[in-house]
Ligand binder design. Structure first.
Ligand code: HAM
Length: 407
């Protein structure tokens, strides 16, 4: 027997219903915020992720599903959605238009991580990317959109925000941090030591307790912002407060991808164990330029669909459509035509086996049909259908040839 690969799972039955419920809820809200659908390939050139997510990140350094294809191209299964969408934005020359573009997407992402609860190797994200808008109002609006999605799904969260500064304030902060880290180098873990040279701010995010205690006196990002970044961050906090959206400032929130600047945020749930981040995102104003496009400010987020699946309660299933059954083969022939007609507008379950009415009624219940249509001996002789509404219990008999006007 062949099983799915480790860290990968099928979405079926209740999980697939939850998946559809989450995605349709998120799409409806994203469309209300002016986002339109974009789909990009799952496979991209490896260089795309190296240049955007960053070579020093765990995602690129350790977790990529990377291989040479038959044409000897170095390719990679996307570990996240943003890079491919920025690539598409540039490939389609949208960076040369002077307008705003807002896209939503959903689909599978691949990271060769150590699987555990809430951490898969193949998982699904729903995300949004907004291009062309530098205002912090857009960061605020995106956070409102995510809140609306979680509220609609009845999912509680804690919002954490930070600012990662910009090209004006970041280099000086980086130097300060490197100097601080140099003094405690020997006390830090191997990963942190590697990061001091490649991407020192990622050290702030280390999950090791000893490293975190050593870092308590480190220079803080939020104390080292330039005037513009500081005033934008203050504005964001004020907007959130005015809107009644609770947040926590977390100066160590640096995100695991290298492309961010200014606003960074994460939505966390305390109901799902250690893999608690249910959505994350932020601003990435320099990425378009970095991938050879015209400089374009951008901000976005992605939420982890599997992470919120256990938190989602499906709406009560409603009885829907028709169950069709007969006592004999000739009746089934007639019902094949009836089914064809009804399926244009209704959900139809057609039973091919001849059975008694009692047995069909049981099956109609199991199929959660709203009505049953039955052909017995009398109905066959009279060219009629017996119909019962399984909710109101109302029964009627109609002529088959009047079905169009009767139903
Ligand atoms: P990310 O924080 O790496 O950001 O992933 C976003 C969300 O995907 C996480 O908050 C989590 O819910 C889910 N997730 C990540 N890894 C896994 C995994 N191994 N198994 C299950 N769920 C997972 C990004 O990917 C950015 N592209 C977000 C973004 C969009 N930033 C700007 N635009």
């Amino acid at each position: 027997m062949i099983n799915p690969l480790r860290g990968m799972k099928d979405l079926a039955f209740e999980d697939s219903q939850k998946f559809v419920h989450i995605v349709t809820t998120a799409i409806k809200i994203a469309r209300n915020y002016g986002y339109s659908y974009i789909e990009t390939p799952i496979l991209e050139e490896t260089a795309l992720f190296k240049r955007s997510v960053g070579e020093s990140s765990d995602i690129v350094g350790k977790e990529m599903y990377q291989f040479q294809d038959k044409g000897d191209n170095d390719v990679c299964m996307r570990p996240e959605g943003t890079a491919g969408i920025v690539r598409a934005f540039i490939s389609n020359k949208l960076d040369r238009q002077d307008s705003n573009y807002r896209f939503y997407y959903y689909g599978p992402m691949f990271r060769y991580e150590r699987p555990q609860k809430g951490r898969l190797r193949s998982f699904h994200q729903f995300g949004c990317e907004s291009f062309g808008e530098a205002s912090v109002y857009e960061d605020f609006t995106i956070i409102c959109m995510i809140k609306d999605i979680f509220d609609s799904l009845n999912i509680g969260f804690t919002l954490k925000i930070n600012s990662l500064g910009c090209k004006d304030c970041m280099p000086a902060y980086r130097e300060k941090l490197i100097a601080f880290l140099g003094n405690i180098k020997n006390e830090l873990c191997e990963d942190c030591n590697r990061r001091i040279d490649t991407n020192p701010i990622r050290v702030l995010d280390c999950k090791t307790e000893k490293c975190q205690s050593m870092l308590s006196g480190s220079p803080k990002l939020l104390d080292n912002l330039c005037e513009v970044c500081d005033s934008d961050f203050e504005k964001l906090k004020l907007l959130l407060e005015n809107m009644g959206i609770k947040y926590e400032c977390d100066s160590n929130l640096v995100r695991g991808l290298d492309y961010y600047n200014k606003t960074a945020f994460e939505f966390v749930s305390n109901e799902i164990g250690s893999q608690s981040a249910i959505a994350g995102g932020g601003r990435y104003d320099r990425l378009v330029e970095f991938l050879d496009g015209k400089p374009t400010p951008a901000v976005g987020f992605a939420l982890g669909i599997e992470r919120i699946m256990d938190l989602v309660i499906l709406p009560e299933p409603k009885r829907e459509g028709y169950y069709l059954g007969s006592m004999n083969e000739d009746g089934i022939h007639k019902l094949l035509e009836v089914a064809n007609f009804l399926r244009k507008n209704h959900k139809v379950t057609l039973e091919y086996k001849s059975k008694s009415l009692k047995s069909h009624l049981k099956s109609a219940d199991r199929a959660e049909a709203k009505s049953i249509i039955f052909i017995g001996d009398d109905e066959l002789a009279n060219e009629t259908l017996w119909i019962k509404d399984l909710e109101t219990k109302e029964e009627k008999i109609i002529k088959i040839d009047s079905i169009e006007s009767s139903l």
